[in-house]
Design a protein around this ligand. Structure first.
Ligand code: UDX
Length: 462
């Protein structure tokens, strides 16, 4: 049994959700961050991020005294037997992960530890980082002339934004990478709420655990790119990608999850982790052709959405385009790598004027799209963006966009053209309201008009 105290260094998205949920499992948590404002806010009872369900668990555990927040890393390390590293690993210029923050934490651990510690890597880090962390700690201990025992464990997280609390408390699996039996026992204890609940645990070595995280994210990203590429072919041959994916997914070996065609994947994980694993492989002289193709297909898919719009509207100069949804997916204010960040600038470069609405993402969109601000009007609701627009483009499938008042949509738009980039609506439904439907990989109201390839195929048939 360990001393039941865990410090979590880095109170960002993963660190905060992890801390709050580990407290919920009955552990005593000290969440650490260098950002004083953030820590003060958390001590006041406010959460700095928007994540469904997080507030309840946070408030309960704060009230019960199982979690506290501090900037004092030294005391936190000294007090706890288990130290989680959950600082950011932002992509460097070349697409590799920047390890500076992780290694800084490792050196603090070496500086302040005065007893046995289990150091747990929760940040997504390149394969081999666990050993680097161990080496940095050794180095610091050597400087102090100390020989305390410690183990490094890789324990990757598989949280989805918007579902992070659910994912942390009901994971498909928990991966623990370490060769130390003592550390395994301690981690089993940390996660005892899951362990006794029949959640599968995978015990393996450091490198395999680090690899599992990248492999999982790269596979999911590639799976989306696979169906997105097929969406282009479906449009060209008059097939329906939704039905193709649905039927493919009925094969248990394939599964229908993460097989929805759309404007391309975004977010902080898939783009970052796919390019990081490609860089890791390159460094080892291994070419990851499938993953690299998946990355290229995602870029192409985002641009294909712009072609689709231009293909139908013609010259975009002076055309007004209404955009529904800016965040990379619903239920988050996160704009990182959102397809909207490619699509909107391309439309503006082609001469279009944009009016946009997102339930949570506008604040971030304002600074991320700063260079284009004079051509973007941010609206107060979904209907405002439609007023006198030459077309409506749904980029992110927020629930409130799923049940639009279609007669109002028809009335407000100047030209009744609806680009449904998430395949939320049925073509027949929109047509009943006099709207022209154009989805992704599904038959459009006027397929020939938006897809030259379709015309060619049709001509071939004759
Ligand atoms: C992802 C992984 O799911 C998670 O396990 C990992 O730990 C972090 O990265 P997240 O980035 O929060 O989580 O979002 P996710 O829901 O996985 O969606 C990623 C992107 O793929 C979004 O842009 C989404 O719109 C897109 N997507 C997802 C599709 O285009 N089609 C799909 O079928 C599924």
């Amino acid at each position: 049994m360990y001393n039941n105290k865990i410090s979590i260094i880095g109170t960002g998205y993963v660190g905060l959700v992890g801390g709050v949920c580990l407290a919920e499992f009955g552990n005593n948590i000290i969440n650490v961050d260098i950002d004083e404002d953030k820590i003060a806010m958390l001590n006041r009872g406010e959460i700095p991020i928007y994540e469904p369900g997080l507030k309840d668990v946070y408030e309960r555990n704060l009230a019960d005294g199982r979690i506290r927040f501090t900037t004092d890393i030294e005391s936190a390390i000294k007090e706890s037997e288990v130290v989680f590293i959950s600082v950011g690993t932002p992509p460097a210029e070349d697409g590799s992960a920047d390890l500076q923050f992780v290694l800084d934490v490792a050196s603090s651990i070496g500086k302040y530890m005065d007893d046995y510690k289990v150091v747990v890597d929760k940040s997504t880090v390149p394969i081999g980082t666990g050993r680097k962390v161990a080496a940095v700690i050794e180095e610091e201990l050597a400087k102090r002339g100390k020989e305390y025992e410690f183990d490094v464990v890789s324990n990757p997280e598989f949280l989805r934004e918007g579902k992070a609390v659910q994912d942390f408390t009901h994971p498909d699996r928990v991966v623990i990478g370490t060769e130390s039996e003592k550390a395994r026992q301690i981690l089993r204890d940390v996660y005892r709420a899951l362990y006794i609940n029949n959640t599968p645990f995978v015990f393996t070595n450091l490198e395999t655990a680090e690899m599992i995280k990248y492999a999982s994210n790269a596979f999911l990203a590639t799976k989306i790119s696979f169906i997105n590429e097929l969406s282009a072919l479906c449009e060209a041959v008059n097939a329906n990608v939704q039905t193709v994916a649905e039927a493919m997914g009925m094969d248990g070996r394939i599964s229908s999850k993460f097989l929805h065609a759309g404007p391309g994947y975004g977010g902080s994980c898939f783009p970052k982790d796919t390019s990081a694993i490609a860089r890791i492989a390159e460094g080892k002289g291994v070419e990851l052709k499938v993953i690299s193709a998946g990355i290229a297909a995602n870029e192409a898919q985002k641009l294909r959405m712009v072609d689709k719009i231009e293909g139908r509207l013609g010259d975009l100069k002076g055309k007004k385009i209404g955009i529904l949804g800016l965040s990379f997916k619903p239920e988050t204010d996160d704009m990182r790598e959102s397809p909207a960040l490619t699509i909107i600038p391309e439309l503006i470069k082609a001469g279009a004027l944009i009016s946009a609405y997102d339930p949570q993402g506008i604040e971030e969109a304002v600074w991320r799209l700063k260079d284009y601000e004079k051509d973007i009007t941010y609206c107060n609701n979904e209907y405002e963006v439609m007023k006198k627009s030459d077309a409506l483009v749904l980029i992110t499938e927020w629930n409130q966009f799923r049940r639009l008042d279609l007669s109002k949509v028809k009335e407000l738009l100047k030209q009744p053209i609806f680009f449904d980039l998430r395949n939320v609506y049925e073509k027949e439904e929109l047509e009943r309201y006099g709207l022209e439907y154009i989805g992704v990989g599904v038959p459009a109201s006027r397929a020939g008009a938006v897809n030259k390839a379709f015309d060619e195929v049709a001509a071939d048939k004759e």
